[in-house]
Ligand binder design. Structure first.
Ligand code: PXP
Length: 245
């Protein structure tokens, strides 16, 4: 059964909506670390957080505290800016997922261009792996990207499910087929397979059929549902969907 990594960025986004200019306020809430602990208690197998170059939601301090307090595993999503790579090497999360980063995007929009950015990515992947960190590359289900991920020496690809999640009808079935093929190709190339982006209670079940799928990373729909039903219930509901699938 695939495991669930809960992405807690949106908890920090809500905090920043009020406390962006006073990040050290003792009143700053909600606390992403508290949310992470609830998610773990409710069945998450790991906590995912994206430290962006502009620190627009998660801050360095959150990452340090998550490193100390998360007892499942910490998956740090990040671009390859040198200061962020240095921070990863310092705190050594169990997993790093390298994502493309564009300052203007609301969320990670497309997969990483592993083929085009091979030379920039290679030393980063090598240094993270040398530090004992598992490295995953967030890619679209495209042969050239998957093959480049294997050549880069990553252990995992995280297949970008955003196009699938945004499609409907026949287009959605076509996007799912691309993900299935992508997972097969990844396994054939010696990679392990995670997936995520845009997944919800409704659209997750078909994704569970991806060959070799080990982990789903889900943020927005869980945190959104948490506002209405509570975080513990929102995480449990997603765990149930995964278990039933
Ligand atoms: N996986 C990766 C690599 C991501 O960048 C994101 C978004 O931060 C997610 C998973 C989670 O996506 P969502 O918030 O749409 O569930």
């Amino acid at each position: 059964m695939p495991s669930l990594g809960v992405n807690i960025d949106h908890v920090a986004t809500l905090r920043q909506a009020r406390y962006r200019d006073t990040p050290d306020s003792p009143h700053a809430e909600p606390d992403p670390v508290a949310a992470a602990l609830i998610a773990e208690r409710a069945g998450a197998s790991g906590i995912t957080a994206h430290l962006r170059e502009d620190r627009r939601h998660i801050h360095d301090r959150d990452i340090f505290q998550l490193r100390e307090r998360v007892s499942t595993k910490l998956n740090l999503e990040m671009g390859i800016a040198p200061d962020i790579v240095a921070l990863a090497l310092r705190i050594r999360p169990e997993d790093v997922c390298i994502v493309p980063e564009n300052r203007r995007e609301v969320t990670t929009e497309g997969g990483l261009d592993c083929a085009g950015q091979f030379d920039a990515l290679a030393p980063v992947v090598a240094s993270l792996r040398a530090a004992g960190i598992r490295v995953s590359l967030f890619v679209d289900p495209v042969d050239a990207q998957i093959d480049a991920s294997a050549r880069l020496g990553a252990e995992f690809v995280e297949l970008h499910t955003g196009a699938y999640a945004n499609a409907s009808g026949a287009q959605r079935a076509a996007e799912l087929a691309k993900l299935v093929e992508g997972a097969r190709r990844a396994i054939g190339a010696g990679l392990r397979v995670n997936a995520g982006h845009g997944l919800t209670l409704d659209n997750t079940p078909p994704v569970l059929a991806l060959p070799g799928l080990e982990e789903l990373n889900i943020g927005h729909s869980i945190i959104s549902r948490a506002v209405v039903v509570g975080l513990e219930t929102a995480v449990r509901d997603m765990c149930d969907v995964i278990r039933r699938g």
